[in-house]
Design a protein around this ligand. Sequence first.
Ligand code: MN3
Length: 215
Amino acid sequence: MNIVISESQYKLLLEENNELFKRVKLPYDYSDLKEFVGPETMWEHYNRHYKGYTDKLNESFSHRKNPPTDILAIIKNIDKYNTFVRDNAGGYYNHSLFWDYITPKSTKPSLELSKKIDKDFGSLSKLKKVFSEQAIKVFGSGWCWLVYKDGKLKVVTTPNQDNPLMSDLGKPLLGLDVWEHAYYLNYMSNRKKYIKNFWKVVNWDTVSKEFNLVV
Ligand code: MN3
């Protein structure tokens, strides 16, 4: 499926360039991750949900003379802000990370990361099992994460659009969006199958790179 960008959509993209927080570019085509989700899901997710969070985050600071510009600082100090900012800053930041957690390329964990996974989980397949079980259990909408905390790799979940850094759960290395909007068109309510196919597209290069930054 080819995605045609209409003139009005193109204008929106141009407008967005003047905004404080901008969407990151999708590092592949909408149809490149068919093993995981189809182009319609990718398009909706990127152009409606992600754009929605981005627009609302910008809107929430539009009246400020000196708005905060560092998204990571906002995330880490989220208790200073109201729920509207929490939801949309989280939505903006989590999705900005998410696009790079998945890839059509074939990747594998670095040697250093592999060793750490074996040490903390026993094996990569055990990590996948723990992560998948936690992801299935998220009640309603939220995320499942692999984080680095106090020298260890851990699997944690967050509700809504919360990021692990908001509640000191650790530094995120990998995250999976388990909101229904991320998979419903392809899987209906079969979240389990969506999670199973996630492993086919995980970008281990990103996870390894993020791991390198914290150790
Ligand atoms: Mn989403």
